[in-house]
Design a binder for this molecule. Structure first.
Ligand code: B12
Ligand code: SF4
Length: 347
């Protein structure tokens, strides 16, 4: 089985001197999701490789003779994904399969452009899917959708995976090692999945649900080490823990931060958080000791009413936000215009 993954770029890569510094005009970093899936499939199938249009052009001859082409789409890259699917369809006999957050939410739309859509997180579903295809069977698995005679056929709701201890093999992403040695892009590690909250505007919980699942602290440490090693010595040494709410499972977060501290890794980290962490002294102390330099707070609103309207749980919006800003900076501007900024830890 020859298996290829494609991550469409809404502004596909083109060679430019700017790539020496900023990967063209925009920050570009290939999907950790498909590298993780490729790593899982690589355990059973030898010929697995990913392309991301964020960091390279696609080598089309390598795609056209594949058996399966998986295309991963977020909403911002869906149109480009459909365009790439058309190109594969016109030049190849490969089975075309869409997955990812947008394909999960808008599976009816995605099904117009491919043979199958796989909804949800693919970690446990994808090996079963490929095995079924290899046996010449229709992959009638929960999470799989296809279109037959103009009708959408769904084989059931996706089942969230529980075994998440995978260190992604970043060499399975074409051209990544070369691009990683450049200046601005950061290593990424995704340590836990999902968030227990239910903000109306959040695509993540709409697609993947609210059950938080975590990797073991040791596996997270192993991934951080592998990522740091892969990126080598660079001008900016900062690693992004890309979880949407790392602090959702507090006990696990404490264990993971302790594991990072005990591992002796000397690196800088950035992480996304809800504002509550600003009130958690033990957590702030651990973050600091583990090397976290930046906390990117998703504040979104200042008015209590807006917190309620959008179901973003917060005891007292404006008051809480101002307290966190005060703790981080020592003062709060009268207009509270800090809301969109990133705050750094107090010295
Ligand atoms: C890291 C990150 C970035 C990085 C890199 C993105 C990348 N290439 O992955 C950067 C900084 C570039 C970025 C930028 C933006 N991002 Co962003 N980003 C994230 C973040 C925080 C983590 C992504 C990640 O690693 N997830 C973890 C992996 C394991 O999950 P995954 O990629 O979804 O893959 C799993 C499943 O989807 C599935 N799967 C994925 N592909 C496939 C394919 C097949 C065939 C199958 C079967 C399964 C499958 O299996 C995977 C493993 O379980 C997410 C939030 C999130 N949790 O996803 C937001 C997120 C993806 N970003 C988002 C947005 C809006 C943006 C921006 C548009 C922001 C802006 N206004 O500029 C830009 C767009 C960039 C662009 N190219 O134009 C939204 C997308 C919403 C949507 N409806 O698509 C998200 C979901 C945030 C949110 N909560 O809303 N982002
Ligand atoms: S707190 Fe953040 S990640 Fe959680 S549901 Fe709200 S917007 Fe989504």
């Amino acid at each position: 089985m020859k298996i290829r993954f494609i991550e469409p770029g809404n502004l596909p890569y083109r060679p430019s001197p700017k790539n020496l510094y900023v990967y063209d005009k925009y920050i570009r970093t290939p999907s950790n999701g498909i590298i993780t899936l490729a790593t899982i499939l690589r355990r059973e199938w030898d010929d697995v490789l990913c392309y991301s249009e964020s960091i390279s052009r696609i080598v089309w001859n390598d795609i056209y003779d594949a058996d399966i082409v998986f295309i991963s789409i977020f909403t911002f890259s869906a149109d480009r994904g459909y365009e790439l699917a058309r190109q594969v369809r016109e030049n190849s006999k490969a089975l075309i399969v869409f997955g990812g957050l947008h394909a999960t939410l808008a599976y009816r739309e995605a099904a117009e452009h491919c043979d199958y859509v796989t909804r949800g997180e693919g970690d446990e579903l994808l090996p079963q899917f490929v095995r079924a295809i290899e046996r010449g069977e229709i992959p009638e698995l929960p999470g799989v959708v296809c279109r037959r005679d103009g009708e959408i056929v769904s084989f059931g709701e996706p089942v969230p995976p529980t075994a998440l201890d995978v260190v992604p093999d970043r060499d399975l992403m074409y051209n990544f090692r070369r691009m990683a040695r450049r200046c601005t892009i950061w290593p990424q590690v995704h340590a836990s999945r999902n968030c227990p909250h239910n903000c109306d505007y959040c695509a993540l919980v709409a697609a993947f649900g609210r059950v938080v699942r975590t990797r073991s602290p040791q596996n997270v440490v192993d991934d951080i080490k592998a990522a740091v090693d892969f990126f080598g010595k660079r001008m900016l040494n900062i690693l992004w823990i890309t979880d949407d709410n790392f602090f959702a499972d507090r006990k696990w977060a404490v264990e993971t931060l302790n594991a990072i501290i005990d591992s002796g890794i000397k690196y800088s980290f950035t992480i996304q958080a809800r504002y509550e962490v600003g009130f958690d002294d033990e957590m702030l102390d651990l973050l600091k000791r583990a090397g976290f330099e930046e906390l990117a707070l998703g504040i979104e609103f200042l008015e209590d009413e807006s917190f309620e309207n959008y179901h973003k749980k917060a005891p007292t919006g404006r008051y809480s936000v101002r307290c966190v800003i005060y703790r981080a900076t020592g003062s709060v501007p009268a207009d509270c215009s800090y809301s969109a900024r990133t705050t750094t830890f107090p010295g």
